[in-house]
Design a protein around this ligand. Structure first.
Ligand code: AMP
Length: 275
């Protein structure tokens, strides 16, 4: 899609409805001049006002617009009219990774390692740009037509060199330092990668409990248990153990994840995975 100063809704042919989020609807769309297919996210300003989320959206736009990596969903452009804000997004034809995980129950080691490797590469790129995502979870991961993973939804991300204090994210994926509302930095994303790696292989996140407090307690104790079924390799468990470390400075770095034997052996270098 060509760069253009001023976009408007008349530049697009609107196609099928893809889905609905908290703030608005997502449609398949085609940019008329280039024929380029995109996902158009339509956000109602009234909803932004209701949830006082202007700052959130502005941050999401600023951050995502500045990122260009094969595993980060591109935000090509944005514009607005009287009542709506429009985000012109890369179209992820295979939709949410979460839905795939639910239908397959758990992923093969090859698929899981490919996604973990894609995520580690994308997060290394984000961290280099001083962007911490802080809300990586299966619902925020999309798949393109080739099955390549795309990180989406930068609503909770921050761009900062400094350590942060705010509590955010979804409880199952929260690092201990966030549960305790302590200072946190980019290492929260490394913890989340450990949670996701576990969830990809076992189908459920590791610290599930009856209620939120139970999950908090299990996170704080790093109460990590590996069920006997499905069978998971020792190397995969080793990687998970090296990421789910309470002391954030001792978690395996993203570069080391990419060189971990489990990733090297199982991940598909093309990033597009079909078993
Ligand atoms: P959201 O508002 O981001 O929660 O998105 C609402 C629905 O649209 C969800 O089911 C998403 O999976 C889907 N969706 C959002 N963005 C895209 C995209 N770029 N490509 C394909 N589907 C998307």
């Amino acid at each position: 899609m060509a760069a253009k100063e001023e976009w408007s809704i008349s530049d697009f042919e609107i196609g099928k409805f893809i889905g609905e989020g908290k703030f608005g609807k997502v449609y398949l769309a085609r940019e008329k001049q280039s024929g380029y297919v995109v996902a158009l996210k339509v956000i109602f300003k009234a909803k932004l006002e209701k949830y006082r989320s202007h700052a959130h959206l502005r941050r999401e736009i600023e951050i995502q617009h500045g990122l260009n990596h094969p595993n980060v969903l591109r935000l090509f452009a944005w514009f607005h009219d009287e009542t709506r804000v429009f985000l012109v997004l890369e179209y992820a034809a295979r939709g949410e990774l979460y839905k795939l995980l639910k239908s397959l129950h758990h992923f093969s080691e090859k698929r899981a390692a490919t996604y973990v490797s894609s995520l580690a590469g994308a997060l290394a790129y984000c961290h280099e740009k001083h962007v911490i995502h802080r809300d990586i979870k299966p619902e925020n991961l999309l798949l393109d037509i080739e099955g390549r993973l795309k990180i989406a939804d930068f609503g909770w991300a921050v761009q900062s060199n400094a350590k942060r204090h705010t509590m955010c994210g979804t409880i199952d994926y929260l690092a201990p330092e966030m549960v305790e509302k302590k200072e946190h930095d980019h290492a929260v994303d490394n913890w989340t990668l450990g949670i996701l790696c576990y969830e990809f292989l076992y189908g459920v996140p590791p610290f599930e409990a009856e209620d939120e407090y139970g999950t908090f307690r299990r996170i704080m104790k790093v109460d990590l248990k590996f069920p006997s079924s499905p069978a998971v390799s020792v190397e995969a468990k080793d990687l998970i153990c090296k990421l789910l470390v309470k002391d954030s400075s001792k978690r395996l770095s993203l570069q080391k994840i990419l060189k971990h034997p489990w990733i090297v052996t199982h991940a598909d270098p093309s990033g597009s995975c079909c078993d």
